[in-house]
Design a protein around this ligand. Structure first.
Ligand code: FAD
Length: 456
């Protein structure tokens, strides 16, 4: 049967493509082997943020006495917290299914495989179904990776897939990898009373992020008890009653090892050999303006794309770009320069555009200004006035990057996203008045400093 678009993979990249196609009245088949929702809804963004919120609630109640609110010492009903996570995920998945139905997307449950240009075969356990699309979008996403010696058994050596579904609190966890996902787990596990070690082979956590922001996060987590082992490569584990992780002449012993070392693209066994798309180190190469691969009419979006960030909102944006090109023939490229990147740990770390180091590396002559949360009234009220906002701008030119670390950084970054996206001059961005008392005043003060003036 011929559809305007056949999409393989129902995660953020795939389902956003399917939903957006409705704007153009295109007929869509969406092939998904599980429930639509993908990593993000089912075992990524949503469940991880759920656990971070559980930790926030627990910490708030634990520190309620500081605000004169007297409570009993809180305890955590882990199964109840897990049940709420499942309810949240199920609700969102059901909502998405309803939305897909409302937009006339034909959802086909099965394993999709390319079978030549414009052709997809769907394996459903019974007879195979053959689909044909005017265009095909590959959105098969990514899977967890591990390192040599750390064979995932789902019990003692696990990935985020397993850890988000733990039925009880582990006593101690060693997290291998201090990137975004590793730091988010460290943040909520320590707040929920777990002993946490983080091993990072690079010279800072959140490699590639603003170094000062990464150090701030590390210090805040250390204060709460996380033990970091930076610049350390762990050797093969010894699994006994506990798991022993040797490194150099030292070792730590924990109940569980959580491996958070990045995600690989699902580009094997999807039939890429039947088309002329080109791979770059397992990822699919695309024309960044249109998301079209080297095979005309075949598009790729989301985590499988070579060289673009593995983020749900990037998947959404790439889906929109691909569908726009399919429907109109014109390119509406994703503005990767202005994509926010957020680590939802406590404190949150949010970035957009270039860090100071990246700007310097690109030969830009930049000015960097920073304003602390320390004196921000709203931050003092909520008892969380640690961290800062930082703006990087070209001297005499536009804002090219920004970082916020502290309360609600993941929300505050969006104002700076507009400044970076619109290439605003500091004085243009600083001309707006921020409401008082709000956390966003930290951004207002930083923009004012970037414009060469200051208030507080
Ligand atoms: C713990 C964790 C936390 C995260 N937190 C965030 C966050 O806060 N913010 C953020 O932006 N990103 C976050 N991410 C990343 C985000 O989840 C991914 O970037 C996003 O899900 C990628 O979307 P996608 O559509 O490319 O792929 P996926 O979401 O991986 O979806 C791919 C889909 O394709 C299906 N599929 C694969 N092969 C086939 C096949 N052959 N046939 C049929 N179906 C197939 C899969 O079942 C899956 O449903 C997180 C990831 C993890 C693991």
């Amino acid at each position: 049967m011929l559809h305007d678009i056949v999409i393989v993979g129902g995660g953020p990249g795939g389902y956003a493509s399917a939903l957006y196609a409705h704007n153009f009245g295109l007929s869509v088949a969406l092939v998904e082997m599980e429930r639509p929702g993908g990593t993000c809804l089912i075992r990524g963004c949503i469940p991880a943020k759920h656990w971070l919120h559980v930790a926030d609630v627990f910490s708030t109640v634990s520190h309620a006495a500081e605000f004169g609110v007297v409570t009993e010492h809180p305890t955590l009903d882990w199964p109840a917290a897990l049940a709420r996570k499942n309810k949240t995920v199920d609700g969102l998945v059901r909502g998405l299914a309803g939305l897909l139905k409302q937009k006339d997307v034909e959802v086909i449950t099965g394993v999709g495989k390319l079978a030549g240009p414009g052709k997809v075969e769907v394996f459903m356990g019974g007879p195979t179904r053959a689909l044909e699309g005017g265009a095909v979008i590959l959105a098969t996403g990514s899977h967890t990776r591990t390192i040599p010696g750390y064979e995932i058994d789902g019990r003692r050596i696990v990935t985020s897939d397993h850890a988000l579904d733990w039925g009880e609190r582990p006593r101690s966890v060693a997290i291998i990898g201090g990137g975004v996902i590793g730091c988010e787990f460290a943040s909520f596990l320590i707040d929920l009373g777990v002993e946490v070690h983080v091993f990072e082979v690079m010279d800072q956590i959140l490699p590639g992020s603003d170094t000062e922001a990464a150090h701030h996060l590390q210090r805040q987590l250390e204060k709460r008890g996380v033990r970091f082992h930076i610049g350390v490569a762990v050797e093969a584990p010894v699994v006994g009653p506990l798991v022993k992780l040797p490194f150099g002449d030292q070792s730590v012993e924990v109940d569980v090892v959580l491996v958070c070392v990045g995600r690989g693209p699902n580009t094997e066994e999807v039939g890429l050999e039947t088309v002329s798309a080109v791979l770059d180190d397992e990822f699919v190469k695309v024309d960044r303006a249109t998301m079209e691969t080297d095979q005309r009419g075949l598009y790729a979006v989301g985590d499988i794309v070579a060289g673009t960030p593995q983020l749900a909102h990037v998947g959404f944006a790439e889906g929109i770009a691909a569908v726009t090109h399919i429907a109109t023939g014109s390119a509406q490229p994703v503005n990767y320069r202005a994509v926010p990147r957020v680590t939802y740990s406590h404190p949150e770390v949010a970035e957009v555009g270039l860090s100071e180091a990246e700007a310097v590396e690109q030969g830009l002559d930049v000015a960097v200004v920073k304003h602390s949360f320390a004196g921000i009234g709203r931050a003092i009220i909520i008892g969380d006035n640690y961290g800062f906002a930082k703006v990087v701008s070209v001297k005499g030119g536009p804002i090219v990057g920004a970082t916020v670390v502290g309360p609600q950084a993941g929300e505050l970054i969006h104002e700076l996203m507009l400044a970076v996206g619109w290439e605003a001059l500091p004085e243009e961005a600083a001309a707006f008045v921020h409401s008082h008392p709000s956390l966003s005043e930290v951004v207002g003060e930083t923009l004012l400093s970037a414009a060469g003036r200051s208030l507080h």
